[in-house]
Write a protein that binds this ligand. Structure first.
Ligand SMILES: [Zn+2]
Length: 276
């Protein structure tokens, strides 16, 4: 009996300390009434999926088929749709297997790589002047000179400023034509293969994102930056939105793709969470 009582009081003790802890967490999460800006601290970095969504010029575009939208004869309203999409279009993730044989597919990427501290490198001054701009090693070194060394495990976002053209295909992709012939007409900024190599060899980032259709620039033929990053198990986010609303550091990213088995990529919901 004594032992039972002891066990009970121990349980109560643990229980009450749990309540204390969860109250503390709630306290930390709660926002003063006069400043209920919690929603404003979450920045949606995702373009909406619709028939306007920008896809690679050879990929199947997004289609929404309305199955039902209206009042039923049973008295309730009912809406449901089917949708169809390529993996690589709109705001999406590239899984390592996209350019690297035997590497992780979408559902195998550890969530630790997709959620965490993030930084932004703003190259928009140069990239808005030159559609073929390549983010360079120097851009990373200049960021580090101003902000400190890129920490292990961070998510890196590259801001070229080109998301302001989305979804105007001519301005965003460099062409509004489609099909294999249109590939050579693509002009948008990307990450240079030298900088991709520098990142892999000298830093240890979790993931990387960009506000253009591809981490390799539009004129790329061999997609070297894809190969370098994905071979090193660094997932890539493409067609990211709203990077101008983020600071250079001091925020977190949550990037959750649709969990497609054997997926080489997937539609992605990505948000930035600014610290209070
Ligand atoms: Zn992709």
């Amino acid at each position: 009996m004594k032992i039972q009582l002891l066990a009970l009081s121990l349980t109560l003790l643990i229980f009450s300390s749990c309540i204390e802890k969860s109250n503390k967490v709630l306290e930390e999460l709660s926002v003063p009434e006069e400043d209920s800006n919690l929603k404003k601290s979450i920045i949606d970095l995702t373009h909406t999926f619709s028939e306007e969504t920008v896809y690679w010029v050879t990929a199947k575009e997004f289609q929404l088929e309305v199955v039902s939208r209206g009042d039923t004869d049973k008295g309730f309203f009912y809406a449901a749709n089917n949708f169809e999409t390529a993996e690589h279009g709109g705001t999406h993730l590239d899984a390592p297997i996209h350019f690297s044989k035997g590497k992780q597919s979408v559902e195998e990427i550890p969530l630790e790589k997709l959620i965490g501290e993030a930084i932004k490198i703003d190259v928009s001054d140069n990239a808005l002047e030159d559609r073929d701009y390549l983010v360079s090693v120097q851009d990373f070194q200049e960021w580090e000179a101003a902000n400190g060394k890129i920490k292990d495990g961070v998510i890196v976002l590259l801001e070229t400023g080109h998301s302001k053209y989305y979804p105007d295909k001519l301005k965003y992709l460099g062409t509004d034509q489609r099909g294999a012939e249109a590939i050579k007409l693509l002009h948008f900024p990307g990450l240079s293969s030298e900088a991709a190599g520098w990142l892999v060899e000298n830093r240890s980032i979790s993931a990387i994102g960009i506000d253009t259709p591809s981490i390799d620039y539009g004129q790329s033929e061999y997609f070297k930056s894809h190969v370098i990053l994905l071979s090193d198990n660094i997932p890539v986010f493409e067609n990211v939105a709203n990077l101008d609303k983020l600071p250079n550091k001091g925020f977190e990213v949550i990037a959750l793709p649709m969990k497609i088995k054997d997926g080489s990529g997937a539609p992605l919901r990505i948000v930035g969470v600014l610290q209070q």
